[in-house]
Design a protein. Sequence first.
Length: 92
Amino acid sequence: MRYKNRKTGIVIDIPSVLTGPDWEIETDVKEKQPEEQETKTSSISLDIDKEEAVPSDITKEEIKQELDALGIAYSQAAKKKELYDLMMSQGE
């Protein structure tokens, strides 16, 4: 059940019955419409789609070998994604 604290306005959702002078059952619960949830999910997936993922079949060592062959300097501490982005930016 959802309860609202009269003094603080905090709303909690617990499976137990809550008693006390400052707690009341929350009646102003607005359920999200399905369209609102879909919109939020869509915007998240669009943000993920914008990022180019590193193919799983290529290793960090293979990327380093390619960068070495191209004569491109890179940090030994660089992560796989950083190395991949560096390699891919050379074609632009």
